[in-house]
Design a protein around this ligand. Structure first.
Ligand SMILES: Nc1ncnc2c1ncn2[C@@H]1O[C@H](COP(=O)(O)OP(=O)(O)OP(=O)(O)O)[C@@H](O)[C@H]1O
Ligand SMILES: [Mg+2]
Length: 238
């Protein structure tokens, strides 16, 4: 049986004494775009945090390419190909666009860095036009593209994205979704995507998990999730 890229097995986690995640099991296979949805406070961001090592788990196991990583520090998770886009504070506002990309590719040989920055500009042409602009002056959409571009520079195998389209106009939401597909196709990057823009995100997802009160309440293909959500909606309207 092929190894999962990421596997979360019966994981529980809490903030001090407040339990948030309870016995969560989920997986991401190579090349997948997996969507994670749920109400505010369901535990979506917390799940991304524990996968990236930003919060310790109390119980269960997290494995990456078949190896347990439950206690691996963040910098080691980065080294093995994981990258995380937090919900906020994901760029250096005082630096210009180019310098943000440069900092992110710190450690790469200068020739490789220039090539990768050019490739990033191919995916996000807006960044090339704004390369000398201070990042704090970018619009919400430009900021998210820069944040994703920065993560791309290290060619992650698994990209954890926490609401990349938050606060963006409907047109930009579609654009961000298209960029995610482009990254996925261009580099084979597997993506675990947390989104509130469910209809748009379901169009690009291969599978979807629905979280409810820190537990997985449903897992399925986009069409199955659409059906489940519309049934729930009809029930609550009655
Ligand atoms: N740093 C923290 N300390 C204590 N409790 C927290 C902390 N961060 C989140 N929580 C709580 O944990 C629960 C899950 O929060 P989380 O941020 O994972 O939800 P979410 O599904 O990402 O919600 P949203 O859609 O609003 O982003 C919530 O009840 C929240 O109040
Ligand atoms: Mg969140």
């Amino acid at each position: 049986m092929p190894t999962n890229l990421l596997s979360v097995e019966n994981v529980s986690a809490s903030y001090s004494s407040k339990p948030v995640l309870q016995e969560i099991s989920m997986k991401v296979d190579p090349g997948e775009i997996v969507l994670l949805i749920g109400h505010n406070g369901a535990g979506k961001s917390t799940l991304l945090k524990v996968i990236f090592g930003d919060l310790r788990i109390n119980k269960g196991k997290i494995a990456y390419l078949g190896n347990e990583i439950s206690n691996l520090p963040i910098y080691k998770r980065r080294e093995i190909g994981m990258a995380y886009l937090p919900q906020s504070n994901n760029i250096f506002s005082d630096l210009n666009v180019y310098d943000n990309l440069k900092v992110s590719g710190n450690g790469l040989h200068s020739l490789e860095l220039s090539q990768r920055i050019e490739e990033t500009y191919d995916i996000f042409p807006v960044l090339k036009n704004m390369r000398r602009k201070r990042s704090g002056l970018l619009s919400g959409g430009e900021r998210q593209m820069l944040a994703m571009g920065m993560l791309l520079l290290i060619r992650p195998r698994l990209l954890l994205l926490d609401e990349p389209s938050a606060g963006l106009s409907p047109t930009l939401v579609i654009e961000i979704m298209q960029k995610i597909v482009k990254i996925n196709k261009a580099y084979g990057t597997a993506i675990l995507l947390v989104e509130q823009k469910v209809a748009e995100a379901l169009k690009i997802a291969t599978r979807c998990y629905l979280l409810k009160n820190g537990q997985v309440s449903f897992v399925g293909k986009p069409e199955e999730v659409r059906e489940t959500l519309s049934r729930t909606l009809v029930r609550t309207q009655k």
